[in-house]
Design a binder for this molecule. Structure first.
Ligand code: MAN
Ligand code: CA
Length: 263
């Protein structure tokens, strides 16, 4: 465009020059007054500084003015509600029930933990005492009528009877006609037989199927201690008798035996 045709040109030129100068002055003042980021922007590319990626072209473009601080961040959403605590009075009652002492105070659970540990130690000691008492009781009080094996007690009331009478007696006493499930139980029964010097009838028979000895629940026996040559079903023997040596013989069911029950 021809200069003569545009009378405003000197004015526009002046404005442009002023604009450029103003930008340069602003850039220089930013460089002086701000400390880290703008200085780094002007001095080149720094890896790991993401803000510089945005501002990296500051060499070719004039820097803008420093922005204001912006709006404060919105508050985060409310978190989920915590578990409901035990009401104070209830909690104190609970602890009192265990320790017999005062209710918990403050935020720490350590006193309660220590109290529980002490109580567990006390209970363990008490349990040991009870075990010792049971051992002594079964050793002193049960013989010559009873023996304890694990949680099972074998005991005679001293009566005698055939198979049916023996079953009835044990049932009336709240137990069952005894039969040994393992060697320990067998030797317990053997002791009673020896002490009373009388053979005992066991809670085992092969009435349903000859040769298949089962317990009173109808289960085939898993343990046996037959004497040599037994069971021989001599003259049809469906009941089982324990001798003083602990060995078993099949016998007819109508003999008079020592009755030993299990509880
Ligand atoms: C009978 C039979 C034998 C058994 C003895 C026990 O003779 O039942 O099998 O061993 O009695 O005395
Ligand atoms: Ca026999």
């Amino acid at each position: 465009m021809d200069q003569t045709m545009n009378p405003n040109r000197p004015y526009i030129q002046r404005m442009l020059i002023l604009l450029i100068l103003s930008s340069l002055v602003r850039g220089a003042s930013l460089q002086r007054t701000t400390s880290s980021a703008p200085r780094l922007v002007l001095s080149g590319w720094v890896p790991n500084a993401c803000t510089l990626v945005v501002c990296g072209s500051s060499e070719t473009r004039p820097k803008g003015e420093e922005g204001d601080q912006g709006l404060p961040r919105p508050q985060g959403l409310q978190g989920p509600a915590g578990p409901t605590g035990i009401p104070g009075s209830e909690r104190d009652f609970w602890w009192k029930g265990i320790s017999g002492g005062k209710g918990s105070r403050g935020n720490s659970n350590l006193p309660e933990l220590e109290s529980l540990k002490t109580q567990i130690r006390d209970l363990e000691t008490e349990l040991e005492g009870l075990k010792a008492a049971i051992t002594k009781t079964q050793r002193v009080l049960l013989p010559p009528n009873g023996v304890m094996v694990g949680e099972r007690i074998f005991k005679t009331d001293g009566s005698r009877g055939d198979y049916d009478a023996a079953r009835e007696t044990c049932s009336r006493l709240g137990g069952a006609l005894a039969f040994p499930r393992n060697a320990a139980e067998n030797s317990a029964l053997q002791k009673i037989v020896t002490w009373h010097n009388r053979r005992a009838v066991l809670g085992i028979n092969d009435m349903a199927t000859e040769g298949r000895f089962e317990n009173l629940n109808g289960d085939a026996i898993a343990y046996s201690n037959w004497a040599r040559g037994e069971p021989n079903n001599l003259g049809n023997e469906d009941c089982v008798e324990m001798h003083e040596d602990g060995k078993w013989h099949d016998r007819g069911c109508t003999l008079e035996w020592l009755v030993i029950c299990e509880f």
